[in-house]
Design a protein around this ligand. Sequence first.
Ligand code: OGA
Ligand code: NI
Length: 334
Amino acid sequence: MELQSEVPEKYIKKDRNGEPLDDHFPVMEIPVIDLGVLWTSSNSRDELEKLRSALGSWGCFQAINHGMTPEFLDKMREVTKEFFELPMEQKQKYSKENNDFQGYSNFLVLSEQQKLGWSENLYLAIKPEDQCKLELWPEKPEVFRSILHEYSIKLQLITEVVFKAMASSLNLGDDHFLDQYGERAKMSAKFNIYPPCPRPDMVLGMNPHADGSAITLILQDKSTEGLQFLKDNQWFRAPVIPEALLINVGDQAVISSNGIFKSLVHRVVTNSKKERMSLVVFYIPELDKEIEPFEELVDESRPKLYKKVKNYPEFYLRHYQLGKRPIEAARIET
Ligand code: OGA
Ligand code: NI
C-alpha cells in the first residue's frame, strides 16, 4: 500500500515486481565501429564485416569518429538537461497538441492499458527542413536552436555514411537503402529525461519496444546507464562510451534487408539516485515509399520474409496498440 503513495499507480508495472535489480544484467558485447575507416576504401572490409555481423545479431553498434567532438556531444547533453530543468510553465509553452507528434510531454501514452514511462520528452522534427516546427524549438537555453541545427546537419551526414556501409556490407550498391527510403526521408529528435524514481524495481523509464524507424541514433547520458536490449529472452545493459553514438536497427531496415539485420526489443530502466538523459534520433523513410526486401537478398535459399509496406509508422502503431510486435505482422506467413 505504501508503494502506491510513493509512485502513482499508473506507472507501476506489476510484472516487474521481484525482478532482480539491474546491475545484475550482463553488458552487451557490441562492436565499436570507426565511421572514418568506413570511408577509406582500402581497409574498410574488416569494418564492414564487423558492421554486418553486429547488425545481424545485436542489431546495433557504437559509432566513433563520426565527426562530432566529445565537447560538442557534452554541450548537446547539457542543453538537453537545461531544457528539462526549466519551470514547468515554460516547458508547457512547447506542449504537444493532440494531433501532433511534435512538442513537449511528460509521458508517452500509446494505449490506455499501457503503463506510463517515468520520463519527460520533447519531440521535434529536424529533417526535411520544411517539416520543422521552429515555434516548438525551445528558446531556452539560448543555444538550443543553433546547436540542434548543427546536430541535425551532422546526423544527416552520418546517416548517409551508415546506410552506404550497411549496403556495402550486404554486397549491394551503396545507394540501395537511401534510394528505397527517399530523399525526403524524415529525421525526428526525441529528447528524454528519466528522473530518479523511488521504485526502480516496479517502474520503467520506457516500456519494451523495438523502433519503427529504419535506424535510430542514440546519444546516451555519460554517467547514468539505463538502456537495455532483449536478446534470446535475456536483458543486457547497453554500454556507455561517452564519445560514441549508439546506432540501432529499426523495423524498416529489417524489412529492406530481408531479415538479415535485426531490430531488438529494448527498454529503459529507472534508477533511484540519478537522472538520465538521452537524445534519440529516428530516421524514418518517406511515408509513401514502398519498403520491401531488396530483390538481391531474395533467392531460393532465402525466400522473401517480409511483405511490402507503406507508411510503416501507421502500421506500427496499429499493431503495437494490439499488443503485437509490428515486425511480426509484416512477416510473410509460411
Ligand atoms: C526510444 C528509445 C532509449 C533511450 O526512444 O525509442 O529506445 O535511451 N530510447 O532513451
Ligand atoms: Ni527505441
